[in-house]
Design a protein around this ligand. Structure first.
Ligand code: NAD
Ligand code: ZN
Length: 392
């Protein structure tokens, strides 16, 4: 008689190997087409299906994009199959606020029989990347996703992340998954058509990651804030490269890519940012809300922790010089804003854990927020912003 030796309790650790592929290009649908083609793995006798999803605003701003995509597919027709027409999808937060869009995406994916070796290539801002990424992650439990971010925020931050989501129950990112994209391509040319406001506010995530990880990068960003505002290509490209490198390093080397631990260290400044976005019905953009949130949490870190106040002032000055709005009247509704703390905790479960700063490059996790000191920090930011606008 065969007797099983399996004990009643079995805890086996295992790891799933992953590769995070990041590429930088100048013009992905012209001189750099090969970069994309090389990412599409083929096997003998099998031509992978490739489906393109494009942010409508990007398509409107680039009327020849559709034909460029078709030319790309034509050029590589021996190794890939274009699965249906190029799909267009509403740009901005609207796409994440309408859960029905998800159904449409899944229907299209199903109608063209995409499988787990097919590719979904999504071109757009962070919102479109999040929504299409979510559909790709749940269809067949995961179709290969190539992100081509078209905003500074998505190139510097969200596009290289491993999260996707849409909003539900009037809460940001309530439904979504963790999924490592097959690849991310940061293309400089696609940023050309980005409106000023979106272009500038993406760099708040660069300031955020620099404050968390690298004092030298933080100082460099502060020195080049004016050039970023003026969209100087070399400066912007360096800022995006360095910011995305820090984000990808955090994910691949930080030991907690799927945020199982209590801290979300990359979410410095985000507890108030997420709440403010919802409070303003997304009139305040994510990058702007992050800039304000970083400003507030820097001042709080200076009041209650070791951060030298001059660094808080410098961060706020740099964000302002980049041309990012640093205040919104609804920040005065602090009772509602403070609900963001509890929502932040509840999203992760466990203890409240908010990352603050001891110094640039020296984050620290705190488990309590002194609401009086936080209120004073918000008042201080309001005063600093009004003093700056009086001078200009
Ligand atoms: N998944 C993550 O880890 C993560 C992290 C940070 C932010 N996010 C999400 O990213 C979203 C914000 O993304 P965003 O800042 O990229 O903005 P966005 O996607 O809202 O885009 C801003 C606007 O610019 C348009 N646009 C985008 N690229 C353009 C281009 N090149 N030319 C012309 N118009 C263009 C879009 O259609 C939209 O109207 C938020 O939903 C936020 O929650 C996700
Ligand atoms: Zn963010």
């Amino acid at each position: 008689m065969f007797e099983s030796r399996v004990p009643d309790s079995l805890d086996l650790e295992f790891q799933v190997p992953s590769t995070h592929r990041l590429r930088f290009t100048n013009d992905i649908f012209a001189g750099d087409q090969e970069v994309l083609a090389d990412l599409l793995e083929t096997s003998p006798g099998r031509t992978p299906k490739v489906q393109f999803w494009v942010d409508e605003c990007v398509a409107q701003a680039n009327p020849d994009l559709k034909s460029k995509i078709r030319n790309f597919a034509q050029r590589y027709k021996d190794s890939i199959e274009l699965a249906g027409n190029v799909q267009f999808i509403t740009g901005g937060e609207d796409v994440k606020n309408d859960i029905h869009v998800m159904e449409r995406m899944l229907k299209v994916i199903n109608a063209h029989d995409l499988d787990r070796r097919s590719y979904i290539i999504v071109i757009g801002g962070g919102a479109v990347l999040d929504a299409v990424g979510f559909a790709a992650a749940i269809a067949h439990r995961g179709i290969r996703l190539i992100r081509i971010p078209t905003t500074t925020l998505a190139q510097a931050d969200s596009g290289v992340g491993v999260k996707n989501s849409v909003n539900l129950f009037h809460k940001k990112n309530w439904v979504g998954t963790f999924a490592v994209p097959w690849a991310v391509i940061n293309d400089a040319n696609l940023l050309r058509t980005l409106p000023e406001r979106d272009f500038r506010c993406g760099f708040s995530e660069a300031i955020k990651v620099a404050l968390l990880k690298d004092a030298t990068f933080f100082n460099w960003l502060c020195e080049h804030a004016g050039q970023i505002r003026n969209r100087e290509p070399d400066v912007c490209s360096t800022a995006i490269r360095e910011s995305s490198r820090w984000h990808i390093r955090h994910i691949t080397e930080g030991g907690d890519p799927f945020e199982a631990l209590e801290a979300r260290p990359l979410d410095f400044g985000h507890w108030s940012a997420h709440k403010l976005e919802v409070m303003t019905d997304f009139a305040v953009k994510h990058g702007e809300a992050v800039a304000m949130g970083v400003g507030i949490d820097c001042l709080y870190s200076a009041r209650t922790l070791g951060l030298d106040r001059k660094h808080a002032v410098e961060a706020i000055r740099a964000l302002t010089e980049m041309g990012i709005a640093m205040w919104h009247p609804l920040l005065e509704e602090s009772t509602t804003l403070f609900e963001g703390l509890e929502e932040f905790r509840q999203h992760l479960g466990g203890r409240l854990t908010i990352t603050m700063l001891n110094a640039p490059g020296e984050p620290v996790n705190v488990h309590e927020i002194d609401q009086i000191a936080m209120q004073e920090s918000m008042d201080e930011l309001a005063e600093m912003v009004s003093a700056t606008s009086d001078r200009t």
